[in-house]
Design a protein around this ligand. Structure first.
Ligand SMILES: C[S@@+](CC[C@H](N)C(=O)[O-])C[C@H]1O[C@@H](n2cnc3c(N)ncnc32)[C@H](O)[C@@H]1O
Length: 205
């Protein structure tokens, strides 16, 4: 993808103020980051890490941010003193089996529906066997629910403008990839999804 498509640079200046607004996307923002942070440990890779707000809550041995926007990476460095890697969901610049957990908050909706499975496969690639993916984002039970909520709340145009996942779709995806998964609804819009990479089976001698 071109640099233009990663142009979150213009949002960098106001991003940390914007997430404090309790609008429909960012309601419970801090709580969501805390809930994701408390589910992971060891080496944690954070895809679309933005300005790195989750670092306030993470207690892990090693943190690796991955972020395609140059502006976001610069802001992250200004705040935390080190820079995330330049990469994205379909190209994580890490070796296979590097991480105990791959997390992503408020970013998965930037992945087009037809690329979501490849994105999950790329996250699985960098995970150790037995590792976990934890994704927090706006999601809906189904497309039907997405339309209903969008209409009821007057958010339909914004909702249809992004690639919000459905729980139905992600469950099917997990079934295809033989992943155990669980879903927790945090509020009307935001869910946390956890997918577990199977541990390697022990070879019998
Ligand atoms: C709404 S911000 C979320 C930032 C941070 N994770 C948080 O919770 O505050 C979305 C971030 O995802 C990045 N992004 C957009 N498309 C992406 C993709 N396909 N892969 C990885 N990151 C992406 C953007 O540059 C931006 O920093």
């Amino acid at each position: 993808m071109s640099e233009l498509e990663w142009d979150f640079d213009s949002w960098v200046r106001t991003y940390d103020e914007d997430v404090e607004r309790e609008d429909w996307i960012h309601a419970d923002y801090e709580e969501v980051l805390k809930l994701v942070a408390e589910r992971v440990g060891g080496t944690v890779v954070d895809i679309g890490c933005g300005t790195g707000n989750i670092l306030c809550f993470l207690k892990c041995e090693r943190y690796i941010g991955v972020e395609p926007s140059r502006g976001m990476r610069a802001k992250f460095k200004e705040k935390h003193g080190f820079e995330p890697l330049d990469g994205h969901f379909l190209s994580i610049p890490l070796l296979d089996g590097t991480a105990d957990a791959v997390i992503s908050t408020y970013t998965f909706h930037h992945v087009p529906d037809e690329e979501k499975e490849d994105a999950i496969k790329e996250m699985l690639r960098v995970l150790n066997p037995g590792g976990r993916i934890v994704i927090a984002d706006v999601m809906f039970e189904s497309e039907k629910e997405e339309l209903r909520i969008g209409k009821e709340d007057g958010t339909l145009d914004e909702v249809l403008d992004e690639y919000f996942a459905t729980v139905e779709g992600l469950k099917e995806l997990c079934e295809r990839l033989s992943l155990q998964c669980n879903f927790k609804r945090i509020n009307r819009y935001v869910w946390i999804v956890e997918m577990l990479k199977p541990a390697q089976s022990l070879k019998r001698s």
